[in-house]
Design a protein around this ligand. Structure first.
Ligand SMILES: Nc1ncnc2c1ncn2[C@@H]1O[C@H](COP(=O)(O)OP(=O)(O)OP(=O)(O)O)[C@@H](O)[C@H]1O
Ligand SMILES: [Mg+2]
Length: 448
């Protein structure tokens, strides 16, 4: 607005000056014409009487000097003084010529006219010049300018007031929203009313509500998890307690041995549960807390399979490892990736009947490292392929011992590595293929 005002002050001044000049010029011309009409030849003499009306038309000439000069074209001065209002050049034809000059140091606006003298048979012309000092004109400029300026200032003031008023009104709903956010209880995550703010801010409030919704769901998941974990720990502890009570009551050494063996198994189960819970917690923080590095998937897989070799022998399962090509570099956390392979291979070994076969493959496919864990066990029906990734979910007809956390851990690790997991049928015969796709890490690529 300040820029506009400055520009306007300048243009209104120009406008006022133009108008005042126009008025001055018209008056000068009218006066010059009245004088020109009276120039005539009588008794062989050219004379130029100056009629009073020619000078009276200058409005308040008490302030300004009106100067005139009449001469013939051959330089004979008829009226006025030689040194006043001398035009810079002679006018051409009947057109008036306006010019600015000085009279004894004072600026003067003047006009010069050329007219044929009556009664000389158009032989002679008279040159009439009329000038006026500029006090009057300057006052007129100031008057015009001030009037225009006053209107502008009023307009700017009105616009400014409206702007302040409008902004206040516009921001009011936002301030209310702010107060609501600030005064809210931290546990309260209900959505805000998007209708209470103006349309422009609505997407922001909606995005906020969406974020709250996600947080709320996360909190709910976490609560459920804690409740589940507590429950899962309580059951084996109760069992353990019973086993101990029973074992104490037994008299024979053999019976006591048996009770101790049962207790041993329970403790193993609980150890596995706490390990899985810890793994899950680690996998969850995976992205945020650990530094990623280039990991060779072949190494990670070999590590995981080494730990499972004994279990495979125990269950009489042919455990194969088949990396095709290589190296299989990915960007991630080596421990988590090892755990991922471990959990998948562990499942395959657990749920495949004795004498079965489990094969872990590594392949390169279009910039991706593909891990395939294949078994010829019972497989998982398509309808349950989503559920098995849930925490503590175990299929009903699943035998053996387990906590139902293995695939949840795998999912968490995959998510923190931006990898995809898919459960598929085997090409021939029953069984399950778990396919994990990770982006291949280019050797020498910038660390990020
Ligand atoms: N290779 C597989 N073949 C058949 N069923 C499987 C296979 N892998 C997983 N499942 C089914 O999916 C369920 C969930 O597996 P998940 O690894 O999450 O838990 P779990 O093996 O029961 O327990 P743990 O936490 O000890 O691994 C299993 O209980 C089982 O029913
Ligand atoms: Mg498992």
């Amino acid at each position: 607005m300040a820029a506009v005002v400055v520009f306007n002050v300048w243009t209104t001044y120009k406008g006022a000056l133009d108008t005042a000049n126009l008025i001055t010029d018209r008056t000068l011309l009218a006066s010059a014409r009245v004088i020109a009409e009276r120039v005539r030849k009588s008794d062989g003499l050219v004379e130029a009487p100056i009629p009073p009306s020619a000078l009276e038309m200058f409005a308040s000439s008490d302030q300004d000097l009106v100067l005139y000069r009449v001469a013939t074209s051959d330089g004979l001065l008829l009226a006025g003084y030689p040194d006043i209002v001398a035009p810079p050049q002679l006018p051409v034809g009947l057109e008036p010529l306006y010019f600015d000059t000085l009279f004894r140091g004072t600026p003067v606006r003047a006009v010069v006219l050329s007219r044929p003298i009556i009664d000389t048979g158009n032989q002679q012309t008279a040159i009439i010049a009329v000038g006026e000092t500029l006090k009057n004109r300057n006052r007129l400029v100031t008057d015009l300018w001030l009037k225009a300026l006053r209107d502008q200032v009023l307009l700017v003031a009105a616009a400014g007031m409206l702007a302040v008023f409008g902004l206040r009104r516009g921001i009011a709903p936002l301030m209310r929203l702010r107060d609501e956010v600030v005064s809210r209880d931290p546990a309260e995550l209900q959505p805000f009313d998007a209708g209470a703010v103006q349309t422009e801010v609505r997407p922001l409030v909606e995005a906020l509500n969406e974020a709250f919704d996600r947080v709320q769901r996360l909190i709910a998941t976490q609560r459920r998890f804690v409740a589940n974990a507590a429950h899962q720990l309580r059951t084996p502890l109760a069992l353990l307690k019973t086993q101990i009570v029973v074992g104490r009551r037994e008299q024979g050494t053999e019976a006591k041995e048996e009770a101790l063996a049962a207790i041993d198994r329970s403790v193993d189960r609980m150890a596995r549960l706490s390990n899985q819970l810890l793994s899950l917690a680690r996998a969850e923080q995976g992205v945020s807390s650990l530094r990623k590095e280039a990991v060779d998937m072949e190494m990670a897989a070999r590590n995981a399979l080494d730990t499972l070799a004994l279990a495979a022998v125990d269950r009489d399962i042919d455990l194969g490892f088949d990396p095709v090509g290589g190296p299989f570099l990915v960007w991630g956390h080596s421990n988590l990736l090892r755990e991922l392979v471990f959990n998948l291979a562990d499942n395959a070994l657990r749920y495949t009947p004795r004498g079965g076969a489990v094969t872990v493959r590594l392949e390169h496919q279009a910039g991706e490292v593909v891990l395939l864990v294949e078994d010829n066990g019972p497989g998982i029906p398509a309808t349950e392929r989503e559920n098995v990734f849930e925490r503590f979910y175990r299929r009903l007809d699943t035998g053996g011992e387990g906590t139902g956390l293995g695939l949840a851990i795998v999912k968490e690790i995959a998510a923190s590595h931006e990898a995809t997991i898919e459960l598929k049928d085997r090409a021939q015969g029953p069984g399950l293929v778990v396919e994990v796709r990770l982006a291949a890490h280019e050797e020498g690529a910038a660390e990020g």
